[in-house]
Ligand binder design. Structure first.
Ligand SMILES: Nc1nc2c(ncn2[C@@H]2O[C@H](COP(=O)(O)OP(=O)(O)OP(=O)(O)O)[C@@H](O)[C@H]2O)c(=O)[nH]1
Ligand SMILES: [Mg+2]
Length: 448
């Protein structure tokens, strides 16, 4: 834990500046050995101009940021060297730190130190990684909400409440004759119910957070020539996929993404599904079928200007349990399609006018409630670990509520309250295992 670690914290490549970061008890001495100034005499949280030296050779002209413990990210001494960018200089400075006593940091190790030294809790640590990988405005806000500790505060508040509710219950059971006025069963039940309500909301928030974080994978599916690739291009506003009037143009998967209401929509154009002897097309068709099972939404596209084929009817049947939109394209042409056998709601449009796909976009927004997704002041669970813990907490608090109503022995109720308290502690990382930390922090990039 007390080792000196270092890593390149900026993306390695050609750029104006790079930042090499080091943290640990001896980093000030280590950096002193590779530069031409004495950092020990400098005030904390200042920036100094210096040269990085390898023996007497000047490696780079840099700015060194000195941050002395404990008011630093890791609560240890931290030094950040702002060097010129580029692969060679940055690597050379890293190499010098390594040969003078630092060890290369593991992915996420700076954040792990921040967590283990009590600077942040596990939710805030996860938030930092979410922030780094955030691609959209909404996911950035979601992550920042977490880094600011809002979810942690909520959970800590409820843990405190659980402790006092348990204490009050104990009074009721142990000293039934000495109960003060403010303690009552109803009050305890209210308290437990309030916590349960918040935990229920957190469980419900999970699916929304997945959408905010990862976006929605949307597969464009249908028989050849209905206009799948045209729809992709129209939505992307780019000629990404080849469009021709030859059936079977698309063979491979073509992807692109757009943003709808701040949510990333990953569009996946697929090969038109039909029976074929063409070896390459057949592979494409298999891939299309595979994508149907993996996507969050299938847009099943039909051609307004041709009759429904048996293949299409079969495909539609096979999509029974899949979240889908039925989209009839080419509504600028005469209607030849007979829709009397289609039971689902139909959306119409075309790729020949600028507003031709607005209905489709609106339908996606409606289907996923994208207008309702608010990342400003709502606490979301964002990963499976948290979801599983909070779900278990809900089960135990539900039992505690029921058992309190049934006036079961105190020990039984207290046990469920205690387990709820512990599970919530695990959510914020009050207790942890090494395996869990490995799992969480290896997802980080090196240098964070
Ligand atoms: N009139 C009209 N033609 C369209 C529309 N959308 C696409 N097309 C035409 O339909 C033909 C097929 O379009 P594609 O986008 O290649 O169809 P696809 O579904 O990707 O076809 P495959 O890749 O073969 O499966 C092209 O000639 C397009 O210009 C539309 O809304 N209206
Ligand atoms: Mg195509």
């Amino acid at each position: 834990m007390n080792e000196n670690i270092c890593a390149i914290s900026t993306a390695l490549g050609v750029g104006a500046i790079s930042i090499i970061r080091a943290s640990g008890p001896d980093v000030i001495n280590i950096v002193n050995e590779i530069c031409d100034i004495d950092l020990s005499s400098k005030t904390s949280h200042t920036i100094s101009y210096a040269h990085i030296l390898n023996n007497k050779e000047v490696i780079d002209e840099v700015l060194i940021m000195l941050m002395k413990a404990p008011k630093t990210f890791t609560k240890e001494d931290v030094i950040e060297i702002n060097s010129h960018g580029g692969i060679s200089t940055t690597n050379k400075i890293l190499e010098l730190l390594l040969t003078h006593g630092c060890r290369l940091a593991e992915p996420g190790e700076f954040t792990k130190k921040a967590y283990l030294n009590g600077r942040i809790d596990l939710l805030e640590a996860e938030g930092i990684n979410d922030l780094i990988v955030a691609e959209t405005e909404k996911s950035r806000k979601l992550a920042m909400n977490r880094v600011e500790g809002n979810l942690s505060k909520l959970i800590k508040k409820h843990r405190k409440e659980l402790v006092s509710l348990q204490a009050e219950l104990e009074v009721i059971f142990d000293y039934p004759d000495e109960i003060e006025e403010e303690i009552s069963y109803d009050k305890i039940l209210d308290g437990l119910n309030n916590i349960k309500n918040d935990l229920d909301k957190l469980v419900d928030s999970y699916s929304s957070s997945q959408i905010i974080k990862d976006g929605i994978d949307v597969a464009l599916v249908g028989k050849p020539n209905v206009g799948k690739s045209s729809i992709l291009n129209h939505l992307l506003n780019e000629d990404k996929a080849i469009v021709t009037n030859i059936a079977g143009t698309t063979r491979d998967i073509v992807e692109g993404s757009i943003t709808l209401n701040g949510i990333k929509i990953n569009l996946i154009d697929t090969a038109g599904i039909r029976e074929t002897d063409d070896v390459v097309e057949k592979i494409g068709v298999d891939k299309s079928k595979d994508i149907i099972n993996k996507a969050n939404l299938v847009i099943f596209i039909l051609d307004n200007n041709t009759e429904l084929t048996n293949d299409e009817k079969e495909l539609l049947d096979s999509l029974n349990d899949v979240k889908k939109i039925i989209f009839i394209n080419k509504n600028d042409l005469d209607q030849k399609i007979d829709i009397s056998n289609i039971k689902e709601e139909i959306v119409y449009g075309n790729t020949t006018t600028p507003e031709g796909l607005d209905n489709l976009k609106n339908k996606i927004i409606e289907l996923f409630n994208l207008n309702e997704l608010d990342s400003n002041n709502y606490n979301y669970l964002t990963n499976a670990r948290e979801l599983s813990l909070v779900k278990q907490a809900v089960e135990h608090i539900t039992d505690a509520i029921k058992n309190t109503k049934d006036e079961l022995p105190f020990e039984i109720i207290a046990d469920d309250i205690k387990v709820t308290y512990e599970l919530l502690g695990e959510v914020i990382g009050e207790t942890y295992t090494e395996d869990l930390l490995d799992e969480i922090f290896t997802k980080f990039c090196v240098g964070k």
